[in-house]
Design a protein. Structure first.
Length: 205
């Protein structure tokens, strides 16, 4: 089984008059986050961590800010694309850990709800998601929301090999029996110029 890690970072400035959405959760607050999309700093960091883990570029690769289609877009659309990239590469999430850095609003009172929402969007259990919050002490960044995210992925096991390979294996077994009957030992198929198909369930990327 192979494993991969990914890391993502994002920041958005607070802006009056727009709704605050973090981790896909609408949060009661006088200011929201400025951005081309809904400014969901946490989902952007997670999206980048997922894409980075499978070497699929970053959020800007798929959703350039210059594209008017993503103006005001809900960021779970970006996350969904990253999850599809992870699945296509043959991986699944083991766990994810995040840090939010912002002066206000306080995250601790909503951390449980936030964790459940993010887990739901990722299709994992809440126990596989970490949400931690810090205030930007000494950074002079009280007007900014920052998010960091790390993700661990593992390769998806294929329990059943493709039918064609099963058939090949059956034929090989039959030939083995015939050869054993004739010469009293197993044959070396490579010596006969035949190769078993290369198939490594741990490397599907
Ligand atoms: Mg962003």
């Amino acid at each position: 089984m192979s494993m991969r890690i990914g890391y993502g970072f994002d920041s958005h400035a607070f802006k009056p008059g727009v709704p605050l959405v973090i981790g896909g959760l609408a949060i009661e607050h006088p200011e929201g986050l400025a951005g081309h999309s809904d400014g969901d700093v946490l989902l952007h960091a997670i999206t980048d961590a997922l894409l980075g883990a499978v070497s699929a570029g970053d959020i800007g690769t798929f959703f350039p800010p210059s594209d008017p289609r993503w103006k005001g877009a809900a960021s779970h659309i970006f996350l969904q694309t990253a999850l599809e990239e992870v699945a296509t590469a043959g991986y699944r999430i083991v766990n994810i850990d995040t840090v939010l850095v912002m002066a206000r609003p306080k995250i601790v009172p909503i951390a449980g709800e936030l964790r459940e929402r993010v887990a739901d969007l990722l299709g994992v259990k809440p126990g596989e998601v970490g949400i931690k919050a810090k205030t930007p002490e000494g950074l002079n960044q009280d007007h900014v929301a920052v998010a960091h995210a790390t993700v661990l992925l593992e390769s998806v096991k294929l329990s059943d090999p493709p039918a064609q390979l099963v058939a090949t294996a059956d034929v090989d077994d039959e030939i083995d029996e015939v050869v054993k009957g004739l010469v009293g030992e197993s044959r070396d198929i490579s010596a006969l110029g035949r190769k078993r198909p290369a198939f490594d369930t741990d490397d599907l990327t």
